[in-house]
Write a protein that binds this ligand. Structure first.
Ligand code: F6P
Length: 556
């Protein structure tokens, strides 16, 4: 049985600190002119200010002691080394090998995985160059203008988030779209205005069995062939259709045999390995759409960014180690202050899908009720991650963060250099944006007292409504610019934060059994919806009634 973290000395120390703890960000800053400096850390290009957290020297020491007590260093080394730390699936967890530089070597289970990684990268880079240069043409000889990635979960959220984040690096004349939902309106809307002659589909699925992805890929295949036939671009012969599929479909998967069964030429398939978790895979061939859009050189920078943070996480003492500290602070908030959720608020519009991406990374990883050895957890686990880009969030849900009854630690992310510097009437608009980033973290930390409100002449009856308690913890993450490398660094930062929390909680952060039951039930329910009386009878009363409602209402 895994040792119970709550029985250790470090946990007891944190509990004692919590019992005597009164957050006082105003007082702490007033008493210590060095506080901002003392609690600011650097990881690669990331400048991370932790000073507006519930952090004191004593808390920092206790969190570092907790890292030592749970053996975070040993677990980290086991991961980097390729031990089978995903115990319930008996797999190594080697996303860090995906970004190791060419020439490095890591032999796991008898294979040099870094050499394998670079072999696939070379294949991806050659493919991306062909599409970008126009050497890869569709069935009628036209160059590709739209790359459509079909995938879901990790085979979608990473690629779409990174593509959106790096739009300024995209080759003009090329664009990507992403189909994920099995709702047929998704495939319809994403293809309805496309020219099949200039469209290339990438079917991305680690297992190549995921119902949503395979169904969407089949619909896309039908759409392509039908549209090409209607345009007179191909005839209906098997050979013509096979040729069209070969020129308009490529795949990314660990199951290359299933790719061939689908009709995609294995020569146009990019592999990866079972030691890459879906939510940790955007830096594998799953990132092929991104690689085509931004080009191999930028993709290599993206990978180098991950590697920078991997090195930082692997080599930096805990007290300076940004992912470890952020993960440990999340434990502090979750397990001692009872925080249930965590906001991620990028002041960078290009990061508008970052929170959605992090939801899978963090919640599929750490939303577990049993430890790696199958025994029940003894702590709360997995925070609920959510967020929207600032300033949109300010005009929506920040009210609750500022004045609500829940403690919501928040990460604010901003860059110094906008990708599109624009002035309006002499005002640098990025500076207006940044002023909001700084104002929000300041308001959350320091609030506004009743005396300050009264001093503004506010009528007494309104004073309490206008008071801001402050003491709402935030971390400010800044970088020079949103480059491919910085996007890689941000992802790796959160991967290692997630890892740190999983180690403290003693869980397997790399399996996802919680998604399985619904998949099985959907298969059983499908015939009932279609009218199979026996399958309908087998349902519970609520499900049965809902199906009956559906069948009575469906008219199209
Ligand atoms: O159902 C959850 C999940 O297994 C995720 O972990 C994964 O990212 C997603 O489905 C897609 O899986 P695949 O890449 O095998 O299609």
């Amino acid at each position: 049985m895994t040792a119970d973290v709550t029985k250790g000395a470090a946990w007891a120390k944190l509990a004692a600190l919590y019992d005597a703890f009164t957050p006082d960000l105003r007082g702490w800053f007033a008493a210590d002119s060095d506080r901002a400096d003392r609690f600011t850390r650097t990881a690669g290009d990331l400048h991370v200010d932790l000073s507006k957290n519930f952090l004191t020297d004593e808390v920092l020491d206790a969190l570092v002691a907790l890292a030592d007590e749970v053996g975070l260093a040993e677990r980290r080394e086991a991961m980097f080394r390729g031990d089978h730390i995903n115990v319930t699936e008996d797999r190594a967890v080697l996303h860090t090998a995906l970004r190791r530089p060419r020439g490095d070597s890591l032999v796991v289970d008898g294979t040099d995985v870094v050499a394998d990684v670079h072999e696939v990268l070379d294949q991806m880079y050659a493919f991306a160059d062909k599409v970008r240069s126009g050497a890869w043409v569709g069935v009628t000889g036209k160059r590709i203008e739209t790359v459509v990635n079909i995938g879901i979960g990790g085979s979608d959220l990473g690629p779409v988030m990174v593509y959106e984040a790096l739009i300024p690096y995209k080759q003009p004349g090329l664009r990507c779209r992403f189909i994920s939902n099995i709702d047929p309106t998704d495939v319809y809307e994403k293809t309805v205005d496309l020219d099949p002659e200039t469209t290339l589909f990438i079917v991305a699925s680690k297992t190549f069995t995921t119902l949503e992805t395979i169904t969407n890929a089949k619909m896309a295949r039908w759409w392509l062939l039908d549209a090409l036939k209607k345009a007179g671009a191909i005839d209906g012969s098997d050979a013509a259709q096979a040729d069209a599929i070969a020129k308009h479909f490529v795949a990314v998967s660990t199951a290359l045999d299933k790719v061939a069964d689908f009709g995609i030429d294995p020569a146009n398939a990019f592999g990866f390995w079972d030691w890459v978790g879906g939510r940790y895979s955007v830096d594998s061939a799953v990132g092929t759409a991104v690689c085509v859009a931004i080009g191999p050189e930028n993709f290599a920078d993206f990978l180098a960014g991950f590697h920078t943070i991997d090195r930082h996480f692997a080599e930096t003492p805990w007290a300076q180690n940004v992912p470890a500290l952020m993960g440990l602070l999340n434990v502090w908030y979750t397990n001692f202050f009872g925080a249930e959720s965590h906001a991620v608020l990028p002041y960078a519009q290009y990061l508008h899908r970052f929170a959605a991406y992090l939801q899978q990374l963090t919640m599929e990883s750490n939303g577990k009720g049993v430890k790696a050895d199958g025994t029940p957890v003894t702590t709360g686990t997995g925070e609920i991650f959510w967020g929207e880009p600032g300033t949109n969030g300010q005009h929506a849900f920040y009210q609750l963060i500022h004045q609500g009854t829940k403690l919501i630690p928040a990460d604010f992310i901003a860059v110094a250099n906008p990708a599109r510097p624009i002035k309006e009437g002499g005002q640098d608009v990025h500076e207006l944006f940044l002023a909001n980033f700084l104002a929000q973290t300041k308001a959350l930390a320091f609030g506004k007292t009743a005396e300050e409100v009264r001093a503004e002449g506010v009528p007494e009856a309104l004073v309490t409504a206008k008071v801001f308690s402050g003491n709402r913890p935030t971390t400010s993450i800044m970088a020079p610019s949103l480059t491919p490398s910085v996007v890689g660094q941000l992802i790796a930062l959160y991967e290692h934060i997630t890892f740190t929390q999983g180690v403290v909680w003693g869980i397997d952060s790399f399996d996802q059994w919680g998604v399985e039951l619904g998949k099985v039930l959907a298969k059983q329910i499908t015939p009932a919806i279609a009218g199979d009386a026996a399958a309908l009878e087998a349902q519970d009363a609520s499900t049965k009634a809902l199906i009956e409602y559906y069948r009575a209402q469906r008219t199209v």
